[in-house]
Design a protein around this ligand. Structure first.
Ligand SMILES: [Mn+2]
Length: 278
């Protein structure tokens, strides 16, 4: 009965991995040895999960924020390990299988939309290298396996820089993806300087999944700037960009350790790290 009633089991990431037998096993583990603080079962506020409730609440709050690490342990093992390990295994186990067809559809859409664009580097790299590179950073360095996040990485500049619309993306890839693309798209009705200021302002209130894409986008762009100065950019403009990026990153922190460490290395090299932590 508890198994059916617990509201935690409505959290998809937990429900996917928490079958009835598992739930009972975990419940048993946390209850067999110590009943010292337990309320009597007849008490109306008796919580069958009282001993693990803080941990479960912690998972519930964080399970949408952590997509990291490849620790493949069973949920039962995980329950007796550190909360962080547990979060990793829950988000890993809870994930649906990758839909390759849907993913390739994104690659094709982005390639078609960006087909006439080039990056500003001296080699005039095809623009599509950038969104693919952002998805690659998320998958390879960020260890992200959330398909929608990777799809959004591929699509993240289509609405801002091509004739693609949010409605079009919603129709082709669903509301979730469209909503996230919207979050990483600047308001084109604002002048350029204002848009940059707004990016700093909204960074902290962005959803965790959109923050991941923003972090990887910044990492890609800053690495590009370290590699070569874009055509027509002065040294001062490059430095301004680093300073601005640092201020945006300040609002994106606490999202992915590995990506943030990579960004920190670059920010320190350019002497703007302080701007990203105040
Ligand atoms: Mn971008």
């Amino acid at each position: 009965m508890y198994w059916l009633l617990d509201p935690l089991l409505r959290v998809p990431a937990v429900a996917d991995v928490m079958g009835k037998s598992r739930y009972q096993k975990i419940n048993q583990y946390f209850h067999t040895n110590d009943y010292s603080e337990a309320l009597p079962k007849t008490d109306p506020t008796y919580d069958p999960l009282f001993r693990v409730r803080p941990l479960l609440d912690f998972i519930k709050a964080k399970s949408h924020m952590h997509y990291n690490l490849g620790c493949e342990i069973s949920i039962d093992e995980a329950m007796i390990r550190m909360p962080h390990d547990l979060i990793c295994s829950i988000s890993l186990l809870g994930q649906k299988k990758m839909d390759i067809q849907e993913f390739v559809k994104c690659v094709e859409f982005a390639a078609r939309k960006h087909k006439n664009q080039r990056r500003k580097d001296t080699e005039q790299t095809p623009y599509i290298n950038h969104p693919i590179g952002v998805a690659y950073i998320l998958s390879e360095e960020g260890a992200i396996t959330d398909q929608k996040v990777l799809q959004v990485a591929l699509l993240h500049d289509t609405v801002e820089d091509t004739d693609a619309t949010i409605e079009e993306i919603a129709m082709l890839f669903g509301q979730d993806v469209a909503g996230l693309v919207q979050e990483v798209t600047d308001d084109k009705s604002l002048p350029k300087l204002e848009r940059k200021r707004v990016q700093i302002e909204v960074a902290a209130t962005t959803s965790p999944r959109a923050k991941l894409v923003k972090l990887a986008d910044k990492l890609y762009n800053l690495r590009d700037l370290m590699r070569c100065t874009p055509l027509g950019w002065s040294e001062e403009r490059v430095q301004d960009y680093f300073e601005w990026a640092a201020k945006v990153i300040r609002g994106l922190r606490g999202t992915n350790k590995r990506l943030e460490e990579e960004l920190d290395m670059i920010l320190k090299k350019r002497g703007v790290y302080e701007l990203s932590i105040q």
